[in-house]
Ligand binder design. Structure first.
Ligand code: ZN
Length: 493
């Protein structure tokens, strides 16, 4: 009788799907064959069974960190969603086999850092692959601490465990399939992904899932929650739409669709975007979690079109650049604000520490930037043009605030000359100044600002928009019958 029960309860998974051992062997073999362009890492050991979580980096000079945009593909937060594992393995093989053969793939490998985590949840995956429970979702976290695996009580939903609005998502009840864990980042698996993201500053992440019920063949992006839309919503959606329409559906009569994810909670997608600004997407692969083996190659092949779109889009419309210390040329991690696309509630979007590099993906148009760092003068770059399908490159030097004489302050007016960019910033604080006039050293009226805003960028031009010569200028603020006079110096490059 027990034999019959076991026989009935074990469902065989098609051998087309990889087991963890097969993944380990295949990645190892690829790393040996392609040492120049691959780097195989074990980023974690699973929370309960200590199974390895592999990450493969594919890039030229794969063993060193280069100043190249990084993109992440990750699969199998949820154990039963095994199609994503196959997409990742398929992609790894396709990339390495076509290096030096296909010009686009060669370009991407030479100019990107492509990180792929084929199996984030190996211990949950093993329950599915052994046929013990092919609908298992969580890892095997020993929730009741009894030293054994209790399917009715154990496990954490890894995709509700990230430290971003953690308490808003999933369930607080251990038996739930959506149990978010005892605390944010209680699980080795989610913590390892977050750590990788902190180091790599991913521009994009595709996290592969499948829908057990509900909508499949959908790409979710951040977010449309109770707190509204995120600042990059327009850009996130444009890219999600472009990716979705490149992936043909299983039926062959249409494509995937893009939708904003409703909840703002401890999912990887929300965490990666919310904390690091990564454009993070959830791809719900196919129409159900486990498809027959004969369908797998075809599903993978069609999904590559979406993944590869991201690899290309990294160089599309947007602004990228480096931020340096003006004196030492050292790279700086500084905050990059795009006016109108900024949420002060979210952590600052910063350039990376190693190279001072930032990438902000946008659509074609004109943008105003503000570059901020404590101890440095803020730089305002107004009217930066972004073209279709091209990254605008900027190199920005920040000047350390050491020489107080360069900034002049008097009764609510602050004048900050910025020789690097040929403008002077005039800031008004707690004052009722209703007119500003600028005179040159010979006493000629050069420029007038009526009803000035609190922040005025004087482009060192006169009333006819001609650039003025270098020299001393007088900024005079008028408030009723009172005048405040400050000297400044114009010094073009
Ligand atoms: Zn899922």
């Amino acid at each position: 009788m027990s034999f019959a029960l076991i026989f009935l309860s074990l469902i065989t998974i098609d051998p087309r799907y990889h087991t963890l051992d097969e993944i380990a062997r295949e990645l190892d073999s690829i790393a040996q064959h392609y040492p120049e362009i691959t780097h195989l890492d074990t980023i974690a050991y699973s929370t309960t069974d200590s199974l390895p979580v592999f990450a493969m980096k594919i890039s030229d000079n794969a063993n060193i960190e280069e100043d190249e945009p990084a993109v992440l593909f990750v699969a199998c937060h949820h154990a039963e969603e095994i199609l994503g594992v196959e997409i990742c393995m398929y992609m790894i093989n396709d990339l390495v086999h076509n290096y030096g053969v296909d010009s686009l793939i060669t370009h991407w490998i030479n100019n990107r850092e492509i990180w792929i985590i084929p199996l984030l949840n190996p211990e949950g995956h093993s329950i599915v692959m052994k046929g013990i429970d092919t609908t298992w979702r969580k890892n095997k976290h020993d929730n009741n601490n009894n030293g054994q695996f209790d399917p009715d009580f154990d496990g954490v939903d890894l995709n509700r465990n990230y430290d971003f609005y953690w308490s808003e998502g999933g369930s607080s009840s251990p038996p739930s399939e959506y149990y978010r864990g005892p605390s944010p980042f209680s699980e080795n698996e989610s913590r390892a992904l977050a750590e990788l993201a902190r180091n790599q500053h991913f521009v994009f992440c595709n996290s592969y899932h499948s829908a057990r019920t509900g909508l499949g063949e959908v790409i979710y992006f951040p977010w449309h929650g109770a707190c509204g839309y995120p600042p990059d919503f327009t850009f996130l959606r444009e890219i999600a739409d472009s990716m979705a329409k490149r992936i043909v559906n299983d039926a062959g009569n249409g494509t995937y669709n893009a939708l904003p994810g409703w909840s703002v909670d401890g999912k990887a997608r929300n965490f990666l975007y919310g904390v690091y600004g990564t454009f993070a997407y959830t791809v719900e692969v196919s129409t159900t979690c486990i498809q027959p083996g004969w369908m797998v190659d075809d599903i993978c092949e069609r999904n590559l079109a979406g993944a590869y779109y991201l690899l290309e889009r990294v160089e599309g419309s947007g602004i990228s650049g480096h931020i340096y210390d003006q004196k030492t040329d050292e790279p700086l991690s500084a905050e990059v604000i795009i006016s109108g696309y900024y949420d002060p509630e979210l952590p600052a979007r910063r350039s990376d520490e190693e190279f001072g590099r930032f990438i902000r993906l946008l659509t074609a148009g004109t943008y105003n930037l503000e570059i901020k760092k404590n101890g440095y003068e803020t730089v305002y770059l107004d009217g930066i043009e972004v073209e279709q399908d091209r990254l605008t490159e900027l190199n920005i030097h920040l000047r350390r605030i050491t020489d107080e004489s360069s900034i002049r302050k008097k009764k609510g007016i602050e004048v900050i000359p910025n020789p690097t960019y040929g403008y002077i910033l005039i800031q008004l604080k707690d004052t009722n100044i209703n007119q500003l006039k600028i005179y040159d050293s010979a006493g000629r009226l050069t420029k007038i600002f009526k009803n000035p805003e609190t922040r005025i960028v004087w482009q060192c031009d006169d009333c006819s928009k001609r650039i003025v010569p270098n020299g001393i200028y007088w900024v005079i603020g008028y408030e009723d019958d009172k005048r405040t006079v400050i000297k400044t110096i114009v010094l073009h490059n």
